[in-house]
Design a protein around this ligand. Structure first.
Ligand code: IPE
Ligand code: IPE
Ligand code: MG
Length: 247
């Protein structure tokens, strides 16, 4: 199947893993891998945009990643800051709107400032939403939503028995964007590592041994090809889906 005939998932989420091992294999320090990882981000953002992906969510730094050596954490933050600085013009040219999933308050001030500036300057862009998950943890996101709803109940603006999925989803960092259709994890591990636990309920999962710095446009198309070979049943039977009974 030619890539032009593929159904492009509206929302792709990626756990960009394997930078450290990619560097170690080359006898280099881990930061060398993260630097190569930034290039892969640029390639994949551009590829996703040109393929017609509407929402791209990239897991860049987890709440657990603070436990890494301080030098690696500060190196990652510096790379992030430089990435955001260098990408603004390209984002504007390609009509890409930047969002942040996670608690940006705890990021270093320099990073927070450029992040907020980039989000504000791209707020009018409608070509593709680029969600960077930064200081993101799915359990923390869920707890935060629960706390907000609990407060609303305490303040009597909401009754506990009236809480619906829609109320909860509205409080997630990802609101109002739809759930991912396809989750890709590079680097060979088959786990979610606290990423979008609620939102991935019905995503198609794709794990590849390819380490993030080697993940390019062809690898993205390969993942989309695998997605096209899946049948999403959402609890129904295959026959019902084939008969067009998905609604
Ligand atoms: C992913 O690559 C990048 C971040 C978590 C920031 P890793 O740094 O986790 O690479 P490996 O898994 O150690 O190879
Ligand atoms: C997940 O990768 C987080 C990001 C890609 C940002 P990790 O490398 O931190 O995941 P674990 O520790 O192997 O589960
Ligand atoms: Mg890793």
């Amino acid at each position: 199947m030619d890539s032009k005939e593929l159904v492009i998932p509206s929302h792709i989420a990626i756990i960009m893993d394997g930078n450290g091992r990619w560097a170690t294999e080359r006898g280099q320090l881990r930061l060398f891998g993260h630097r190569a990882g930034v290039k892969a981000v640029q390639t994949i953002v551009e590829a996703a945009r040109s393929l017609g992906v509407r929402h791209l969510t990239l897991y860049a730094f987890s709440t657990e990643n603070w436990q890494r050596p301080a030098s690696e954490v500060s190196g990652l933050m510096a790379l992030l800051q430089n990435y955001l600085k260098s990408e603004l013009q390209r984002m504007l040219r390609n009509e890409i709107r930047l969002h942040c999933l996670g608690d940006a308050e705890q990021l270093p001030k320099d990073v927070r400032v450029i992040l907020e500036e980039t989000m504000a300057k791209t707020a009018h862009c409608t070509g593709m939403n680029l969600n960077l998950a930064l200081n993101y943890g799915s359990r923390a996101e869920i707890l935060r939503a629960v706390q907000t709803l609990a407060r609303a109940c305490e303040e009597k603006s909401l009754h506990w028995a009236d809480i619906e999925e829609a109320h909860f989803v509205r409080e997630l960092y990802s609101a109002p964007q739809p759930d991912p259709d396809l989750l890709i994890r590079t680097g060979g591990e088959c786990r979610l590592s606290n990423f979008l636990l609620w939102q991935l309920s019905y995503a198609e999962l794709y794990f590849t041994e390819v380490k993030w710095p080697d993940f390019g446009r062809d690898e993205l198309i390969e993942a989309i090809r695998a997605y096209n070979a899946r049948q999403r049943r959402f609890g129904r039977t295959g026959e019902q889906v084939q008969a067009g009974g998905q609604a």
